[in-house]
Design a protein around this ligand. Sequence first.
Ligand code: EPZ
Length: 419
Amino acid sequence: MEKLVISGPTPLKGEVEISGAKNAAVAILPATLLINGVCTINNIPNISDVRLLCTILEKMGAKIVWNTPNEITIDTRHINTTQAPLDLTSKFRASYYLIGAMLGRKGEIEVGMPGGCKLGARPIDQHIKGFELLGANVRTENGTIYAKANGLNGAPIYMDIVSVGATINVMLAAVLAKGTTIIDNAAKEPHIVDVANFLNTMGADIRGAGTDVIKINGVSELTGNKTYSVVPDQIEAGTFMLAAIASKGDLLIKNCITKHLESLTAKIVEIGGNVEDNGDSIRVWYSKRPNKAIIKTLPYPGFPTDLQPQMGVVLSTANGTSIINESIWESRFQYTEELNKMGAHITAQGKSAIFEGVDELFGAPVYSSDLRAGAALIIAGIAATGKTEVYNLEHIDRGYENIENKFRKIGANIERVSE
Ligand code: EPZ
């Protein structure tokens, strides 16, 4: 078993390069199944979810060549099965995108129920509702999803809840359907726009991604023969922005789209942090103890739930009492128990948590419960006095490329150690 051993406190200083967006890449890879051709994807994050998806696609008949650690060429002309390897698909969340893509490509798929971070109930009823409105038949038996359609026909689909996954999945299924599909009450995250841009680059006809109404005019096929570059990861960028404040540092975060971070930037300024927005990079630095804040996570462009734990670290040593309301997930405060082991004073109750700011955190052995909780605990270890050991790194490696090297390059005293 591996752990990260961190000694603090260390103010993080210097420049950090942001990788391609995990939540775009894990949708774009399944989307290649819609292409009867070859395409190249660069700026792809080299994370375990991406490598796992490549393994799944190869087992389904795709040919993948890694041109560099962050660029692949994928040939999906010879997909030879409608069954995704059930033992692999339950290891992460994004396997559910195989349903929309394979319904579009082959009209059929058998795939295990998706796994992913334990954040409470993670139903997929809106995905299924969309597929059924397009004409598919979907049933779940013994943890396996069977979806089948004799041709898909475009339809108007109103999402009962704003859902990133359902919006992308229905978009995938609609791309090759006959006629026009309208997704209303769609999610607007930057990774949804990126998936739409990828598909349009390969020959699809999708308009309105990034707004709450997306229109997809079905086309007969996607031919590929193009190269696409994945959008920078706004959640990774935000993670380092909050690390700059939590560690009393000064960071220049490069290769990001600052427009995607407006809700976080506003909050950092509100609590007394300093921000210099250069469009494709952003400088964030600490000058005084953060003020207390009230945070409510919301779908984009609201404050992202995927930055909630990282903000929690900042608020645990802010001036006064802060509150976080987590409106997206039922259970995304497990990390607060770990921060309390480090001397924080947090009371989590259901979808809300109260942070009574303490003067400092102290190193301790802590356990990551999910991807972003893990990132938060790394930040806490860098800011805390003493030695911190972060366990359950498999969660972190799913979504952050070379995490300890990136932190070490900006001054962190951090080592990955095998127990
Ligand atoms: C995506 O999850 C991300 N994962 C999550 O990021 C992120 O937290 C979430 O979007 C919200 O931004 C990937 O993109 C792989 P949702 P997803 O469907 O698509 C409810 C990370 O750290 N809902 O937008 O699963 C759901 O329970 C991960 O990178 C239904 O009720 O999230 C939740 O309350 C963690 N029925 C809300 O909608 C459905 O059919 C939003 O979920 C679908 C969702």
